[in-house]
Design a binder for this molecule. Structure first.
Ligand code: M6R
Length: 605
Protein backbone atom coordinates (compact mmCIF):
# COMPACT_ATOMS: atom_id res chain seq x y z
CA UNK A 1 0.00 0.00 0.00
CA UNK A 2 1.11 3.64 -0.11
CA UNK A 3 4.33 4.66 1.62
CA UNK A 4 5.18 7.99 3.26
CA UNK A 5 8.60 9.40 4.10
CA UNK A 6 9.74 12.84 5.19
CA UNK A 7 13.19 14.22 5.95
CA UNK A 8 14.75 17.33 7.43
CA UNK A 9 18.47 17.62 8.22
CA UNK A 10 21.72 18.43 6.45
CA UNK A 11 21.75 15.71 3.83
CA UNK A 12 20.49 16.07 0.28
CA UNK A 13 16.79 15.55 0.84
CA UNK A 14 16.07 13.98 -2.56
CA UNK A 15 18.69 11.28 -1.95
CA UNK A 16 17.28 10.43 1.48
CA UNK A 17 13.68 10.39 0.27
CA UNK A 18 14.48 8.14 -2.71
CA UNK A 19 16.51 5.85 -0.52
CA UNK A 20 13.79 5.60 2.12
CA UNK A 21 11.06 5.10 -0.46
CA UNK A 22 13.13 2.27 -1.95
CA UNK A 23 12.98 0.48 1.38
CA UNK A 24 9.17 0.71 1.24
CA UNK A 25 8.90 -0.57 -2.32
CA UNK A 26 7.83 -3.97 -1.00
CA UNK A 27 4.52 -2.47 0.12
CA UNK A 28 3.38 -2.32 -3.51
CA UNK A 29 2.81 0.93 -5.45
CA UNK A 30 2.19 2.26 -8.92
CA UNK A 31 3.45 5.86 -8.82
CA UNK A 32 5.85 7.95 -6.79
CA UNK A 33 6.76 11.52 -6.03
CA UNK A 34 8.62 13.98 -3.82
CA UNK A 35 8.14 17.59 -2.71
CA UNK A 36 11.23 19.44 -1.52
CA UNK A 37 11.93 23.02 -0.44
CA UNK A 38 14.40 24.10 -3.12
CA UNK A 39 17.42 25.96 -1.75
CA UNK A 40 17.70 27.97 -4.98
CA UNK A 41 14.46 29.90 -4.66
CA UNK A 42 12.91 28.68 -1.39
CA UNK A 43 9.85 27.31 -3.19
CA UNK A 44 8.40 23.81 -2.75
CA UNK A 45 9.25 21.78 -5.89
CA UNK A 46 7.09 18.81 -6.59
CA UNK A 47 8.20 16.01 -8.95
CA UNK A 48 6.01 12.95 -9.44
CA UNK A 49 5.35 10.24 -11.95
CA UNK A 50 3.47 7.08 -12.73
CA UNK A 51 5.57 3.93 -12.36
CA UNK A 52 8.42 2.77 -10.21
CA UNK A 53 11.06 4.78 -8.36
CA UNK A 54 13.40 4.31 -11.32
CA UNK A 55 10.94 6.41 -13.37
CA UNK A 56 10.92 9.08 -10.65
CA UNK A 57 14.73 9.17 -10.65
CA UNK A 58 14.76 9.66 -14.42
CA UNK A 59 12.21 12.44 -14.14
CA UNK A 60 14.20 14.17 -11.39
CA UNK A 61 17.26 14.01 -13.65
CA UNK A 62 15.40 15.52 -16.56
CA UNK A 63 13.59 18.33 -14.69
CA UNK A 64 16.40 18.99 -12.22
CA UNK A 65 16.58 17.61 -8.70
CA UNK A 66 15.67 20.20 -6.04
CA UNK A 67 18.70 20.97 -3.91
CA UNK A 68 17.01 21.34 -0.49
CA UNK A 69 17.32 19.46 2.78
CA UNK A 70 13.67 19.27 3.79
CA UNK A 71 10.85 17.43 2.02
CA UNK A 72 8.33 14.65 1.81
CA UNK A 73 7.98 11.65 -0.50
CA UNK A 74 5.39 9.06 -1.39
CA UNK A 75 4.74 5.80 -3.19
CA UNK A 76 1.10 5.54 -4.21
CA UNK A 77 -1.08 2.44 -4.57
CA UNK A 78 -4.05 3.70 -6.56
CA UNK A 79 -7.47 3.90 -4.92
CA UNK A 80 -9.17 7.08 -6.22
CA UNK A 81 -8.11 7.55 -9.82
CA UNK A 82 -5.89 5.32 -11.93
CA UNK A 83 -2.10 5.33 -11.66
CA UNK A 84 -0.93 8.45 -13.55
CA UNK A 85 1.39 11.42 -13.22
CA UNK A 86 -1.44 13.72 -12.19
CA UNK A 87 -2.80 11.34 -9.55
CA UNK A 88 0.63 10.61 -8.03
CA UNK A 89 1.38 12.31 -4.71
CA UNK A 90 2.35 14.89 -3.44
CA UNK A 91 -0.70 17.13 -3.95
CA UNK A 92 -0.84 20.83 -3.27
CA UNK A 93 -3.03 23.79 -2.45
CA UNK A 94 -1.71 27.35 -2.79
CA UNK A 95 0.31 27.24 0.44
CA UNK A 96 0.29 23.58 1.38
CA UNK A 97 1.70 20.33 -0.06
CA UNK A 98 0.87 16.92 1.33
CA UNK A 99 1.37 13.18 0.96
CA UNK A 100 -1.36 10.87 2.17
CA UNK A 101 -1.99 7.22 3.01
CA UNK A 102 -5.56 6.07 3.56
CA UNK A 103 -8.94 6.92 2.12
CA UNK A 104 -11.05 10.04 2.63
CA UNK A 105 -14.59 8.71 2.44
CA UNK A 106 -16.41 12.04 2.17
CA UNK A 107 -13.98 13.49 -0.39
CA UNK A 108 -16.70 14.03 -2.94
CA UNK A 109 -18.82 16.37 -0.80
CA UNK A 110 -15.69 18.14 0.47
CA UNK A 111 -14.56 18.61 -3.13
CA UNK A 112 -17.88 20.24 -4.04
CA UNK A 113 -17.65 22.58 -1.06
CA UNK A 114 -14.10 23.55 -1.99
CA UNK A 115 -15.08 24.12 -5.63
CA UNK A 116 -17.72 26.55 -4.43
CA UNK A 117 -15.00 28.36 -2.53
CA UNK A 118 -13.01 28.76 -5.75
CA UNK A 119 -10.63 25.79 -5.67
CA UNK A 120 -9.78 23.94 -8.90
CA UNK A 121 -8.72 20.31 -9.00
CA UNK A 122 -6.26 18.71 -11.34
CA UNK A 123 -6.40 15.07 -10.17
CA UNK A 124 -9.01 12.42 -9.41
CA UNK A 125 -7.68 11.81 -5.92
CA UNK A 126 -9.15 12.22 -2.47
CA UNK A 127 -5.72 13.44 -1.39
CA UNK A 128 -5.87 16.62 -3.45
CA UNK A 129 -9.12 17.40 -1.62
CA UNK A 130 -7.31 17.06 1.71
CA UNK A 131 -4.46 19.28 0.50
CA UNK A 132 -6.91 22.00 -0.52
CA UNK A 133 -8.94 21.62 2.64
CA UNK A 134 -5.87 22.20 4.82
CA UNK A 135 -4.92 25.06 2.52
CA UNK A 136 -8.38 26.59 2.94
CA UNK A 137 -8.04 26.57 6.72
CA UNK A 138 -4.42 27.79 6.72
CA UNK A 139 -4.24 31.39 7.89
CA UNK A 140 -0.71 31.25 9.32
CA UNK A 141 -1.37 28.72 12.10
CA UNK A 142 -0.50 25.16 10.95
CA UNK A 143 -1.97 23.44 14.01
CA UNK A 144 -5.31 25.22 13.63
CA UNK A 145 -5.38 24.45 9.90
CA UNK A 146 -4.70 20.74 10.45
CA UNK A 147 -7.15 20.53 13.34
CA UNK A 148 -9.94 22.21 11.38
CA UNK A 149 -9.30 20.16 8.27
CA UNK A 150 -9.27 16.77 9.97
CA UNK A 151 -12.44 17.64 11.88
CA UNK A 152 -14.18 17.73 8.47
CA UNK A 153 -12.62 14.51 7.14
CA UNK A 154 -14.23 11.08 7.43
CA UNK A 155 -12.00 8.09 6.72
CA UNK A 156 -8.43 7.06 7.37
CA UNK A 157 -5.32 9.09 6.87
CA UNK A 158 -1.65 9.55 7.56
CA UNK A 159 -0.51 12.94 6.27
CA UNK A 160 2.96 14.41 5.82
CA UNK A 161 2.46 18.16 5.35
CA UNK A 162 4.64 21.05 4.14
CA UNK A 163 3.42 24.63 4.66
CA UNK A 164 5.11 26.62 1.91
CA UNK A 165 5.98 29.58 4.13
CA UNK A 166 7.54 27.39 6.86
CA UNK A 167 10.56 25.90 5.08
CA UNK A 168 12.13 24.37 8.18
CA UNK A 169 9.28 22.16 9.42
CA UNK A 170 7.34 19.03 8.44
CA UNK A 171 3.98 18.38 10.08
CA UNK A 172 2.41 14.94 10.39
CA UNK A 173 -0.85 13.50 11.64
CA UNK A 174 -2.60 10.13 11.41
CA UNK A 175 -5.88 8.29 11.98
CA UNK A 176 -6.24 4.53 11.31
CA UNK A 177 -3.14 4.50 9.12
CA UNK A 178 0.34 4.04 10.59
CA UNK A 179 2.90 6.84 10.87
CA UNK A 180 6.02 7.30 12.95
CA UNK A 181 8.25 10.30 13.68
CA UNK A 182 11.89 9.25 13.92
CA UNK A 183 14.68 11.04 15.76
CA UNK A 184 18.17 11.27 14.37
CA UNK A 185 21.15 13.42 15.27
CA UNK A 186 20.75 16.81 13.58
CA UNK A 187 18.07 15.25 11.38
CA UNK A 188 14.55 13.94 11.82
CA UNK A 189 12.12 11.86 9.80
CA UNK A 190 8.56 10.77 9.33
CA UNK A 191 7.67 7.41 7.81
CA UNK A 192 4.76 5.07 7.41
CA UNK A 193 6.98 2.06 8.17
CA UNK A 194 10.11 1.34 10.14
CA UNK A 195 12.32 0.04 7.26
CA UNK A 196 12.27 3.56 5.79
CA UNK A 197 14.34 4.99 8.64
CA UNK A 198 16.52 2.03 9.65
CA UNK A 199 19.54 3.22 7.70
CA UNK A 200 19.56 6.51 9.60
CA UNK A 201 18.19 5.89 13.07
CA UNK A 202 16.40 3.34 15.26
CA UNK A 203 14.69 5.82 17.59
CA UNK A 204 11.13 6.73 16.85
CA UNK A 205 7.85 7.88 18.33
CA UNK A 206 4.53 6.28 17.47
CA UNK A 207 2.20 9.12 16.55
CA UNK A 208 -1.22 8.51 18.10
CA UNK A 209 -4.57 9.79 16.93
CA UNK A 210 -5.33 13.44 17.74
CA UNK A 211 -1.62 14.22 17.90
CA UNK A 212 0.44 16.31 15.52
CA UNK A 213 4.16 15.72 15.03
CA UNK A 214 6.23 18.82 14.24
CA UNK A 215 9.63 18.02 12.88
CA UNK A 216 12.55 20.39 12.35
CA UNK A 217 16.27 19.74 11.92
CA UNK A 218 17.03 19.82 15.64
CA UNK A 219 13.69 19.20 17.23
CA UNK A 220 10.91 16.66 17.13
CA UNK A 221 7.80 17.63 19.07
CA UNK A 222 4.46 15.94 19.41
CA UNK A 223 1.55 18.17 20.42
CA UNK A 224 -2.18 17.78 20.92
CA UNK A 225 -4.77 19.82 19.03
CA UNK A 226 -4.40 22.66 21.55
CA UNK A 227 -0.67 22.80 20.95
CA UNK A 228 0.20 21.21 24.32
CA UNK A 229 3.33 19.09 24.38
CA UNK A 230 2.65 15.32 24.54
CA UNK A 231 5.35 13.37 26.33
CA UNK A 232 5.66 9.85 25.10
CA UNK A 233 8.28 7.11 25.22
CA UNK A 234 10.89 6.90 22.51
CA UNK A 235 10.71 3.46 20.86
CA UNK A 236 13.69 1.50 19.56
CA UNK A 237 13.43 -0.44 16.32
CA UNK A 238 14.80 -3.92 16.87
CA UNK A 239 14.93 -4.85 13.17
CA UNK A 240 18.35 -4.99 11.59
CA UNK A 241 19.03 -3.40 8.23
CA UNK A 242 20.02 -6.84 6.90
CA UNK A 243 16.64 -8.26 7.99
CA UNK A 244 15.14 -5.92 5.42
CA UNK A 245 17.59 -6.99 2.67
CA UNK A 246 17.69 -10.02 0.41
CA UNK A 247 21.03 -11.36 1.69
CA UNK A 248 21.92 -13.07 -1.56
CA UNK A 249 18.51 -14.63 -2.21
CA UNK A 250 16.93 -13.75 -5.56
CA UNK A 251 13.70 -12.72 -3.83
CA UNK A 252 12.52 -11.75 -0.37
CA UNK A 253 9.91 -14.47 -0.59
CA UNK A 254 12.49 -17.23 -0.93
CA UNK A 255 14.59 -15.72 1.84
CA UNK A 256 11.56 -15.58 4.10
CA UNK A 257 10.56 -19.17 3.28
CA UNK A 258 14.03 -20.23 4.41
CA UNK A 259 13.84 -18.10 7.56
CA UNK A 260 10.91 -20.16 8.85
CA UNK A 261 12.80 -22.56 11.13
CA UNK A 262 14.38 -19.60 12.93
CA UNK A 263 11.19 -17.59 13.02
CA UNK A 264 9.27 -20.48 14.59
CA UNK A 265 12.09 -21.15 17.03
CA UNK A 266 12.18 -17.49 18.09
CA UNK A 267 8.41 -17.53 18.57
CA UNK A 268 8.20 -20.68 20.69
CA UNK A 269 11.50 -21.14 22.49
CA UNK A 270 11.22 -18.36 25.07
CA UNK A 271 7.57 -19.08 25.78
CA UNK A 272 7.69 -22.80 26.30
CA UNK A 273 9.07 -23.55 29.73
CA UNK A 274 9.35 -26.65 31.87
CA UNK A 275 6.13 -25.71 33.61
CA UNK A 276 3.92 -24.31 30.92
CA UNK A 277 3.50 -21.82 28.11
CA UNK A 278 4.22 -18.29 29.09
CA UNK A 279 2.74 -15.45 27.04
CA UNK A 280 4.23 -12.23 28.35
CA UNK A 281 1.72 -10.30 30.44
CA UNK A 282 -1.06 -12.89 30.11
CA UNK A 283 -1.73 -14.25 33.56
CA UNK A 284 -2.50 -17.90 34.37
CA UNK A 285 -6.20 -18.62 34.15
CA UNK A 286 -6.82 -15.91 31.53
CA UNK A 287 -8.42 -18.47 29.19
CA UNK A 288 -10.47 -20.33 31.79
CA UNK A 289 -14.22 -20.64 31.30
CA UNK A 290 -14.32 -19.14 27.82
CA UNK A 291 -17.57 -20.07 26.12
CA UNK A 292 -16.73 -19.31 22.50
CA UNK A 293 -13.72 -18.04 20.59
CA UNK A 294 -13.91 -15.83 17.51
CA UNK A 295 -10.82 -15.67 15.33
CA UNK A 296 -10.95 -12.76 12.91
CA UNK A 297 -8.36 -11.94 10.26
CA UNK A 298 -7.74 -11.48 6.52
CA UNK A 299 -5.99 -13.53 3.85
CA UNK A 300 -3.15 -15.70 5.04
CA UNK A 301 -3.72 -14.68 8.65
CA UNK A 302 -7.31 -15.92 8.34
CA UNK A 303 -5.99 -19.22 7.00
CA UNK A 304 -3.81 -19.52 10.10
CA UNK A 305 -7.00 -18.88 12.06
CA UNK A 306 -8.66 -21.81 10.25
CA UNK A 307 -5.88 -24.08 11.49
CA UNK A 308 -6.37 -22.53 14.94
CA UNK A 309 -10.06 -23.45 14.85
CA UNK A 310 -9.38 -27.12 14.17
CA UNK A 311 -6.75 -27.49 16.86
CA UNK A 312 -8.40 -25.39 19.58
CA UNK A 313 -11.69 -27.19 19.06
CA UNK A 314 -10.06 -30.60 19.06
CA UNK A 315 -7.86 -29.96 22.10
CA UNK A 316 -9.92 -27.58 24.23
CA UNK A 317 -13.44 -28.55 23.05
CA UNK A 318 -14.44 -24.88 22.93
CA UNK A 319 -16.33 -23.75 19.82
CA UNK A 320 -14.31 -21.49 17.55
CA UNK A 321 -15.70 -19.33 14.76
CA UNK A 322 -13.37 -18.00 12.11
CA UNK A 323 -14.37 -14.86 10.24
CA UNK A 324 -12.97 -12.82 7.41
CA UNK A 325 -12.56 -9.40 9.06
CA UNK A 326 -14.35 -7.46 6.32
CA UNK A 327 -17.38 -9.74 6.79
CA UNK A 328 -17.30 -9.87 10.56
CA UNK A 329 -17.37 -6.12 11.02
CA UNK A 330 -20.55 -5.66 8.99
CA UNK A 331 -22.53 -8.78 9.88
CA UNK A 332 -23.68 -7.66 13.32
CA UNK A 333 -21.90 -10.58 15.03
CA UNK A 334 -23.23 -12.15 18.20
CA UNK A 335 -20.60 -11.89 20.93
CA UNK A 336 -21.31 -13.18 24.43
CA UNK A 337 -19.79 -11.87 27.65
CA UNK A 338 -17.64 -14.98 28.05
CA UNK A 339 -16.47 -14.98 24.45
CA UNK A 340 -12.92 -14.19 23.43
CA UNK A 341 -11.93 -12.37 20.25
CA UNK A 342 -8.59 -13.20 18.67
CA UNK A 343 -7.31 -10.98 15.86
CA UNK A 344 -4.43 -12.35 13.79
CA UNK A 345 -2.40 -9.93 11.69
CA UNK A 346 1.17 -9.84 10.47
CA UNK A 347 1.24 -6.08 9.98
CA UNK A 348 -1.07 -5.17 12.83
CA UNK A 349 -2.45 -2.42 10.61
CA UNK A 350 -4.97 -4.19 8.35
CA UNK A 351 -7.95 -1.84 8.29
CA UNK A 352 -10.69 -4.48 8.48
CA UNK A 353 -8.94 -6.45 11.22
CA UNK A 354 -8.45 -3.28 13.24
CA UNK A 355 -12.11 -2.38 12.80
CA UNK A 356 -13.13 -5.91 13.91
CA UNK A 357 -10.99 -5.50 17.03
CA UNK A 358 -12.62 -2.17 17.84
CA UNK A 359 -16.05 -3.68 17.33
CA UNK A 360 -15.23 -6.51 19.72
CA UNK A 361 -13.99 -4.06 22.34
CA UNK A 362 -17.08 -1.96 21.96
CA UNK A 363 -19.21 -5.05 22.48
CA UNK A 364 -17.32 -5.82 25.69
CA UNK A 365 -15.48 -9.04 24.85
CA UNK A 366 -11.89 -9.72 25.81
CA UNK A 367 -9.49 -9.28 22.93
CA UNK A 368 -6.16 -10.82 22.04
CA UNK A 369 -3.95 -9.80 19.13
CA UNK A 370 -1.50 -12.17 17.45
CA UNK A 371 0.71 -9.70 15.65
CA UNK A 372 4.18 -9.51 14.10
CA UNK A 373 4.85 -5.77 14.06
CA UNK A 374 5.64 -4.40 17.50
CA UNK A 375 3.72 -1.26 18.40
CA UNK A 376 1.29 -1.58 15.50
CA UNK A 377 -2.29 -0.36 15.96
CA UNK A 378 -3.82 -3.80 16.55
CA UNK A 379 -1.09 -4.69 19.03
CA UNK A 380 -1.64 -1.48 20.94
CA UNK A 381 -5.40 -1.57 21.04
CA UNK A 382 -6.02 -5.21 21.99
CA UNK A 383 -6.31 -6.16 25.68
CA UNK A 384 -3.47 -8.64 25.22
CA UNK A 385 -0.89 -9.22 22.53
CA UNK A 386 1.18 -12.23 21.59
CA UNK A 387 3.93 -11.16 19.25
CA UNK A 388 5.06 -13.55 16.53
CA UNK A 389 8.79 -13.10 16.29
CA UNK A 390 9.19 -13.53 12.52
CA UNK A 391 11.18 -10.33 11.96
CA UNK A 392 10.23 -8.10 9.05
CA UNK A 393 8.27 -9.81 6.30
CA UNK A 394 8.93 -7.88 3.12
CA UNK A 395 7.52 -10.04 0.30
CA UNK A 396 3.85 -9.33 -0.31
CA UNK A 397 3.15 -13.07 -0.18
CA UNK A 398 3.08 -14.03 3.45
CA UNK A 399 5.12 -17.13 4.33
CA UNK A 400 7.03 -16.94 7.57
CA UNK A 401 4.25 -14.91 9.18
CA UNK A 402 1.88 -17.84 8.53
CA UNK A 403 4.29 -20.32 10.09
CA UNK A 404 4.71 -18.29 13.27
CA UNK A 405 0.97 -17.69 13.47
CA UNK A 406 0.51 -21.47 13.38
CA UNK A 407 3.12 -21.83 16.12
CA UNK A 408 1.12 -19.40 18.29
CA UNK A 409 -2.08 -21.33 17.52
CA UNK A 410 -0.48 -24.57 18.81
CA UNK A 411 0.71 -22.86 21.99
CA UNK A 412 -2.59 -21.10 22.51
CA UNK A 413 -4.58 -24.29 21.94
CA UNK A 414 -2.41 -26.07 24.51
CA UNK A 415 -2.76 -23.32 27.06
CA UNK A 416 -6.55 -23.00 26.59
CA UNK A 417 -6.97 -26.78 26.79
CA UNK A 418 -4.86 -26.99 29.95
CA UNK A 419 -6.52 -24.06 31.70
CA UNK A 420 -9.92 -25.59 31.02
CA UNK A 421 -8.91 -29.02 32.30
CA UNK A 422 -9.10 -30.70 28.89
CA UNK A 423 -5.52 -32.00 28.93
CA UNK A 424 -3.50 -33.21 31.91
CA UNK A 425 0.04 -32.28 32.94
CA UNK A 426 1.53 -35.16 30.98
CA UNK A 427 -0.19 -34.35 27.67
CA UNK A 428 0.58 -30.66 28.15
CA UNK A 429 4.27 -31.45 28.64
CA UNK A 430 4.26 -33.72 25.56
CA UNK A 431 2.63 -31.01 23.49
CA UNK A 432 5.27 -28.48 24.54
CA UNK A 433 8.07 -30.88 23.67
CA UNK A 434 6.50 -31.54 20.27
CA UNK A 435 6.15 -27.83 19.48
CA UNK A 436 9.85 -27.38 20.21
CA UNK A 437 10.74 -29.97 17.55
CA UNK A 438 8.90 -28.10 14.77
CA UNK A 439 11.83 -25.90 13.60
CA UNK A 440 13.85 -29.03 12.78
CA UNK A 441 11.00 -30.62 10.86
CA UNK A 442 10.43 -27.38 8.95
CA UNK A 443 14.14 -27.40 8.03
CA UNK A 444 13.70 -30.92 6.68
CA UNK A 445 10.75 -29.82 4.56
CA UNK A 446 12.87 -27.05 3.02
CA UNK A 447 14.83 -29.86 1.36
CA UNK A 448 11.87 -30.30 -1.00
CA UNK A 449 13.10 -27.15 -2.77
CA UNK A 450 14.54 -28.96 -5.82
CA UNK A 451 11.48 -31.21 -6.16
CA UNK A 452 9.21 -28.17 -6.07
CA UNK A 453 11.32 -26.47 -8.72
CA UNK A 454 10.96 -29.50 -10.99
CA UNK A 455 7.23 -29.66 -10.35
CA UNK A 456 6.98 -26.03 -11.39
CA UNK A 457 8.71 -26.95 -14.67
CA UNK A 458 5.96 -29.48 -15.22
CA UNK A 459 2.93 -27.47 -14.15
CA UNK A 460 3.78 -23.82 -14.89
CA UNK A 461 1.63 -23.64 -18.04
CA UNK A 462 -1.51 -24.68 -16.19
CA UNK A 463 -4.42 -22.28 -16.36
CA UNK A 464 -6.33 -23.67 -13.39
CA UNK A 465 -5.14 -25.63 -10.40
CA UNK A 466 -7.32 -27.11 -7.68
CA UNK A 467 -6.23 -27.79 -4.12
CA UNK A 468 -8.12 -30.35 -2.09
CA UNK A 469 -7.90 -31.66 1.46
CA UNK A 470 -9.98 -32.52 4.51
CA UNK A 471 -9.86 -31.02 7.99
CA UNK A 472 -6.49 -29.42 8.69
CA UNK A 473 -5.38 -30.46 5.20
CA UNK A 474 -8.22 -28.37 3.80
CA UNK A 475 -7.15 -25.39 5.93
CA UNK A 476 -3.60 -25.61 4.57
CA UNK A 477 -4.90 -26.15 1.02
CA UNK A 478 -6.59 -22.76 1.24
CA UNK A 479 -3.25 -21.19 2.01
CA UNK A 480 -1.46 -23.15 -0.76
CA UNK A 481 -4.05 -22.00 -3.25
CA UNK A 482 -3.87 -18.35 -2.18
CA UNK A 483 -0.07 -18.42 -2.39
CA UNK A 484 -0.16 -19.81 -5.89
CA UNK A 485 -2.77 -17.44 -7.31
CA UNK A 486 -1.42 -14.26 -5.74
CA UNK A 487 2.07 -14.57 -7.15
CA UNK A 488 1.77 -16.75 -10.27
CA UNK A 489 -1.63 -15.39 -11.44
CA UNK A 490 -2.84 -18.94 -12.12
CA UNK A 491 -6.49 -19.37 -11.30
CA UNK A 492 -6.72 -21.63 -8.31
CA UNK A 493 -9.35 -22.76 -5.79
CA UNK A 494 -9.17 -24.81 -2.63
CA UNK A 495 -11.98 -27.26 -1.89
CA UNK A 496 -12.84 -29.49 0.98
CA UNK A 497 -12.19 -32.82 -0.75
CA UNK A 498 -15.55 -34.24 0.28
CA UNK A 499 -17.34 -31.28 -1.28
CA UNK A 500 -16.00 -31.83 -4.80
CA UNK A 501 -18.85 -34.10 -5.82
CA UNK A 502 -21.36 -31.39 -4.97
CA UNK A 503 -20.53 -29.34 -8.03
CA UNK A 504 -16.86 -28.61 -8.56
CA UNK A 505 -15.85 -31.97 -9.97
CA UNK A 506 -17.58 -30.97 -13.21
CA UNK A 507 -14.61 -28.66 -13.82
CA UNK A 508 -12.08 -31.47 -13.76
CA UNK A 509 -10.88 -32.18 -17.29
CA UNK A 510 -8.01 -34.09 -18.83
CA UNK A 511 -4.64 -32.91 -17.52
CA UNK A 512 -6.04 -30.51 -14.90
CA UNK A 513 -3.55 -30.33 -12.00
CA UNK A 514 -5.01 -31.11 -8.59
CA UNK A 515 -2.85 -30.67 -5.50
CA UNK A 516 -4.15 -33.06 -2.87
CA UNK A 517 -3.06 -32.61 0.73
CA UNK A 518 -3.69 -35.81 2.66
CA UNK A 519 -1.49 -35.72 5.74
CA UNK A 520 -4.11 -36.48 8.42
CA UNK A 521 -3.92 -40.13 9.39
CA UNK A 522 -7.63 -40.59 10.10
CA UNK A 523 -8.71 -38.84 6.90
CA UNK A 524 -6.16 -40.28 4.51
CA UNK A 525 -8.31 -43.02 3.03
CA UNK A 526 -11.22 -40.67 2.54
CA UNK A 527 -9.07 -38.18 0.62
CA UNK A 528 -7.50 -41.03 -1.32
CA UNK A 529 -10.97 -41.92 -2.60
CA UNK A 530 -11.44 -38.32 -3.73
CA UNK A 531 -8.06 -38.47 -5.46
CA UNK A 532 -9.22 -41.54 -7.36
CA UNK A 533 -12.39 -39.74 -8.36
CA UNK A 534 -10.50 -36.82 -9.91
CA UNK A 535 -7.94 -39.17 -11.47
CA UNK A 536 -10.78 -41.06 -13.12
CA UNK A 537 -11.77 -37.76 -14.77
CA UNK A 538 -8.28 -37.05 -16.10
CA UNK A 539 -6.72 -34.95 -13.33
CA UNK A 540 -2.96 -34.87 -12.84
CA UNK A 541 -2.56 -35.26 -9.09
CA UNK A 542 0.27 -33.92 -6.95
CA UNK A 543 -0.11 -35.58 -3.54
CA UNK A 544 1.29 -34.43 -0.20
CA UNK A 545 1.06 -37.23 2.35
CA UNK A 546 2.86 -38.83 5.26
CA UNK A 547 5.85 -41.07 4.60
CA UNK A 548 4.92 -44.73 4.20
CA UNK A 549 1.27 -44.34 3.19
CA UNK A 550 -0.12 -47.11 1.03
CA UNK A 551 -2.03 -46.76 -2.21
CA UNK A 552 -0.34 -43.56 -3.24
CA UNK A 553 0.54 -44.82 -6.71
CA UNK A 554 -2.84 -43.33 -7.62
CA UNK A 555 -1.06 -39.94 -7.67
CA UNK A 556 1.18 -38.65 -10.47
CA UNK A 557 3.61 -36.79 -8.22
CA UNK A 558 4.24 -37.28 -4.53
CA UNK A 559 5.86 -35.23 -1.78
CA UNK A 560 6.19 -37.05 1.50
CA UNK A 561 6.11 -35.53 4.93
CA UNK A 562 7.62 -36.95 8.17
CA UNK A 563 5.13 -38.68 10.44
CA UNK A 564 4.45 -36.27 13.28
CA UNK A 565 1.16 -35.76 15.15
CA UNK A 566 -1.61 -34.61 12.81
CA UNK A 567 -2.21 -31.24 14.45
CA UNK A 568 1.29 -30.09 13.43
CA UNK A 569 1.05 -31.23 9.82
CA UNK A 570 0.05 -27.79 8.43
CA UNK A 571 3.47 -26.48 9.55
CA UNK A 572 5.13 -29.08 7.34
CA UNK A 573 2.81 -29.37 4.36
CA UNK A 574 2.72 -25.62 3.85
CA UNK A 575 6.45 -25.52 3.09
CA UNK A 576 6.34 -27.38 -0.28
CA UNK A 577 3.14 -25.47 -1.11
CA UNK A 578 4.99 -22.18 -0.61
CA UNK A 579 8.01 -23.39 -2.60
CA UNK A 580 5.75 -24.70 -5.36
CA UNK A 581 3.96 -21.34 -5.63
CA UNK A 582 7.30 -19.52 -5.59
CA UNK A 583 8.86 -21.58 -8.40
CA UNK A 584 5.66 -21.48 -10.45
CA UNK A 585 5.78 -17.66 -10.28
CA UNK A 586 9.50 -17.56 -11.10
CA UNK A 587 9.01 -19.90 -14.03
CA UNK A 588 6.20 -17.71 -15.36
CA UNK A 589 8.38 -14.60 -15.08
CA UNK A 590 6.20 -12.90 -12.45
CA UNK A 591 7.31 -10.15 -10.12
CA UNK A 592 7.39 -12.51 -7.13
CA UNK A 593 7.89 -10.02 -4.32
CA UNK A 594 5.56 -7.37 -5.69
CA UNK A 595 2.66 -9.13 -7.40
CA UNK A 596 0.41 -6.95 -9.52
CA UNK A 597 -2.41 -5.04 -7.80
CA UNK A 598 -1.38 -6.21 -4.33
CA UNK A 599 0.01 -4.35 -1.36
CA UNK A 600 1.79 -5.67 1.70
CA UNK A 601 -0.27 -3.94 4.29
CA UNK A 602 -3.92 -3.28 3.47
CA UNK A 603 -4.70 -0.15 5.45
CA UNK A 604 -7.90 0.68 3.57
CA UNK A 605 -11.20 -1.22 3.48
O1 M6R B 1 -0.98 -7.89 7.84
P1 M6R B 1 -2.09 -8.89 7.86
O2 M6R B 1 -1.65 -10.23 8.35
O3 M6R B 1 -3.29 -8.42 8.63
O4 M6R B 1 -2.51 -9.06 6.37
C1 M6R B 1 -3.60 -9.87 6.01
C2 M6R B 1 -3.58 -10.18 4.52
O5 M6R B 1 -3.64 -8.99 3.78
C3 M6R B 1 -2.33 -10.95 4.12
O6 M6R B 1 -2.18 -12.11 4.86
C4 M6R B 1 -2.39 -11.30 2.63
O7 M6R B 1 -3.42 -12.21 2.39
C5 M6R B 1 -1.05 -11.88 2.16
N1 M6R B 1 -0.47 -11.05 1.17
C6 M6R B 1 -1.16 -13.20 1.52
O8 M6R B 1 0.09 -13.68 1.16
Amino acid sequence: MCGIVGYIGDRNCADVLLDSLASLEYRGYDSAGVAIYDNDDGAVKCVKTKGRLSALKEKLKSVGTPSGTCGIGHTRWATHGKPSDKNAHPHSGKNVTIVHNGIIENYSSLKNELKQKGYDFSSDTDTEVAAKLIDYFYKGDPIAAIKNAVSKIRGSYAFGILFHDIPDRIYAIRKDSPLIAAKGCGENFIASDIPAILKYTRDYYLIDENEIAIISRDDLRIVDFDGNEVNKPLQKATWTVSAAQKDGYPHFMLKEIFEQPKAVKDTVSTRITENGINFEGIKDGEFKDIERIHIVACGTAMHAGMVGKYIIESMARIPVEVDIASEFRYRNPILGKKDYLIIISQSGETADSLAALRLGKKMGVKTLAVVNVVGSSIAREADHVIYTWAGPEIAVASTKAYSVQLAVMYMLAGRIAFENGKIDDKSYAELRAQILTLPDYISKMLKTQETCKKLADKYSNAQNIFFIGRGLDYAVSMEGSLKLKEISYIHSEAYAAGELKHGTISLIVDGMPVVAVAAQEELFEKTLSNIKEVKARGADVLLLCREGEEGIDAADEIIQVPRIPGIFMPSLTVIPLQLFAYYMAVKRGCDVDKPRNLAKSVTVE
